[in-house]
Design a protein around this ligand. Structure first.
Ligand SMILES: Nc1ncnc2c1ncn2[C@@H]1O[C@H](COP(=O)(O)OP(=O)(O)O)[C@@H](O)[C@H]1O
Ligand SMILES: Cc1ncc(C[n+]2csc(CCOP(=O)(O)OP(=O)(O)O)c2C)c(N)n1
Ligand SMILES: [Mg+2]
Ligand SMILES: [Mg+2]
Ligand SMILES: [Mg+2]
Length: 327
């Protein structure tokens, strides 16, 4: 079974309610609530052993990340987060204080965005902890930063740096080592405490048109989602990819590409917009010391995602990032 094929089979061609503006297939669903604003809702689950390990992350860190990954999907819709609900399936290996600490980790981030916890559900499970967070947000009625919004000639951009999170995980799992303590800590923090790019999403939402996706499964996978949804090709340049000093120190070029292109969980925003809007975005972000980098262009001459390597070869980037069931 393939995760993406399965989800495609769940899509319906119409909705009972006309107010549904975006259904299955983007980072969050959007439905009309008033003339001027729409509501945005998403849900992501984190499973012990699949998304986190109890012996490398504290309950606070796990809670923080469970909320952060959802706020990231809200940010990718150009929306702001308002409320959250938490469903939790608890095995006997988790004690009450650990669970309260997990909620404290969520609260820490919720306070930053002034989000209210509205409810949830509590059940038992045999073996592994499962945390499911739903976030409800709000977006300006005329904003649609959909994956399908790319156009021929667009600039492809990404916020922040890519690859840090999966390198941080490799460090946590002791698959690799790094002597520089501050670089090591930086990469691990990027894995455990990703920053949802809400402010960046707000800047992008002000552009005339933009496609947008957050990076959960890996840069190559998210670019393929934009390419598929927009039915256009994307070409990125390896030399332009924003890579942190810490990651450069850690990786040989083979490992670097694995982390940067296919690693996932960066929770940066990747998108496309017109040349004119890109100039505007770049200037605004520069004024606010926000990191956003041009990494490529959208093309109509093919329908795949390609990368021009540093030695000037063009390779196809398959949608082969993180795929549940295809491990
Ligand atoms: N089991 C499911 N039932 C219905 N919709 C789903 C299911 N799993 C995922 N989706 C929908 O498919 C789309 C893609 O999901 P996903 O790849 O998890 O997005 P993201 O990577 O942005 O979190 C979203 O619109 C999501 O709501
Ligand atoms: C123990 C462990 N192994 C592997 C990973 C890496 N990992 C787990 S899920 C995932 C992809 C993102 O999760 P997903 O549920 O697909 O999020 P979504 O795309 O729905 O936002 C990655 C890279 C991890 N975080 N922890
Ligand atoms: Mg997403
Ligand atoms: Mg999801
Ligand atoms: Mg997600």
């Amino acid at each position: 079974m393939d995760e993406f094929d399965f989800i495609n089979k769940l899509k319906s061609s119409c909705h009972f309610h006309q107010d549904v503006k975006v259904g299955i297939g983007d980072d969050a669903a959007v439905y009309k609530t008033s003339e001027h604003t729409h509501q945005v809702v998403c849900v992501d689950t984190m499973v012990e052993g699949v998304h986190f390990l109890k012996h490398v992350s504290t309950p606070e860190e796990i809670g923080y990340k469970a909320l952060a990954v959802n706020i990231s999907d809200i940010a990718a819709m150009g929306a702001i987060p308002l409320y959250y609900l938490v469903s939790i399936a608890i095995p006997s290996s988790w004690k009450e204080q650990e669970l309260l600490n997990l909620y404290q980790g969520m609260k820490e981030l919720a306070n930053e965005y002034e989000m209210d916890l509205l409810g949830g559900d509590t059940v038992s499970t045999a073996d592994k902890l499962v945390v499911t967070v739903t976030v409800i947000g709000e977006v300006n009625a005329n904003v649609q930063t959909l994956r399908s919004n790319a156009r021929d000639g667009d600039i492809v951009f990404v916020t922040g740096n890519v690859g840090d999170s999966s390198a941080g995980l490799a460090l946590l799992l002791e698959h690799v080592t790094l002597n520089n303590k501050s670089h090591k800590e930086y990469l691990i923090q990027r894995h455990k405490r990703p920053t949802p790019r809400v402010k960046e999403g707000q800047f992008i939402a002000k552009l005339e048109r933009a496609s947008l996706n957050d990076i959960s499964d890996g840069l190559a996978s998210e670019l393929n989602e934009i390419s598929e949804a927009s039915q256009l090709g994307i070409t990125i340049n390896e030399a332009d990819l924003p890579i942190s000093e810490a990651l450069l120190e850690l990786g040989t070029s083979h490992e670097l590409n694995k982390w940067v292109l296919f690693g996932g969980e960066d929770f940066e925003l990747v998108g496309t917009t017109s040349q004119e809007s890109w100039e505007k975005l770049r200037n605004e972000c520069e004024d606010q010391s926000i990191s956003v980098t041009k990494i490529g262009t959208v093309t109509s001459d093919h329908s795949s995602v390609r990368m021009v390597t540093k030695d000037h070869n063009t390779i196809t980037l398959e949608k082969s990032g993180y795929n549940h069931f295809k491990r």
